[in-house]
Design a protein around this ligand. Structure first.
Ligand SMILES: Cc1ncc(CN)c(N)n1
Length: 231
């Protein structure tokens, strides 16, 4: 079994918990509260900003032009394409996307972003692939599962969201899986273990991110508005 297939096997319990999470079930049923959708978009907008910054760190650790080009393409994908799922949630919630930008991070989003940034700064390029992979991979499987289960039509409020992740996010997932497997082929045992740990931790944090949005998680004591630089 390849390295990433073994990681997927180890993470299966977390993947199943994500598929069963009430936010994901709410996407399937087309029923989520406006406040839950808004909380998700506010947090995910900041999450994807951080994700692009991590691509920037990955570029600084890249060894070939092909790697640099791949990360560059993925930044463009987030900027130009991945705004669509946010806009679909905003439409369902009846709010403007622009109004939901620049908010402070809730605890679980903060934790997930710090986890990725720490690995990106301290780890190898292989460790960066491992920490980033659960993001596209869990969404691809959510999308594929919902396409098969719900068979949504254009009157479903989240039809385009399901279609976007079920059909379009396969490409980046495949590229990261391939890159991580190649890296693992030559990595020493300690690095393979670190990559496995980062991957599993990101899977757990994917679950927590859904949970944060569903429960509209916030800090126990209200945060004064903080500036972008201190996020
Ligand atoms: C938290 C999270 N994880 C994954 C994705 C899908 N790129 C996302 N938009 N947000």
């Amino acid at each position: 079994m390849g390295f990433t297939q073994e990681l997927r096997r180890q993470a299966d319990g977390i993947y199943q918990a994500i598929f069963d999470h009430p936010f994901v079930r709410g996407i399937a049923r087309g029923q989520l509260e406006k406040e839950q959708l808004i909380h998700y978009v506010k947090q995910d907008y900041e999450y994807l900003n951080a994700y692009m910054r991590i691509y920037g760190i990955a570029i600084s650790k890249s060894r070939t032009r092909e790697e640099i080009a791949m990360f560059n393409e993925q930044i463009a994908y987030i900027l130009n394409r991945e705004v669509q799922p946010h806009q679909i949630f905003c439409q369902a919630a009846g709010v403007n996307f622009e109004e939901l930008q620049g908010y402070p991070l809730a605890p679980s989003a903060h934790h997930y972003i710090r986890h990725m940034l720490t690995v990106a700064h301290e780890g190898s390029l292989g460790e960066i692939y491992a920490v980033l992979l659960p993001c596209p991979w869990t969404y691809l499987e959510i999308g594929q599962k919902l396409l098969a289960e719900v068979q949504p039509t254009s009157d479903h409020p989240f039809y385009e969201w399901i279609d976007f992740y079920g059909r379009l996010s396969g490409d980046v997932t495949e590229k990261f899986i391939h890159a991580l497997d190649r890296w693992a082929d030559t990595a020493r045992e300690e690095e393979r273990q670190r990559m496995a740990d980062h991957f599993l931790q990101s899977c757990q944090l994917e679950y927590l991110f859904w949970d944060m949005a569903y429960r509209q998680e916030d800090w126990p004591v209200a945060m004064p508005m903080i500036s972008h630089s201190s996020k």
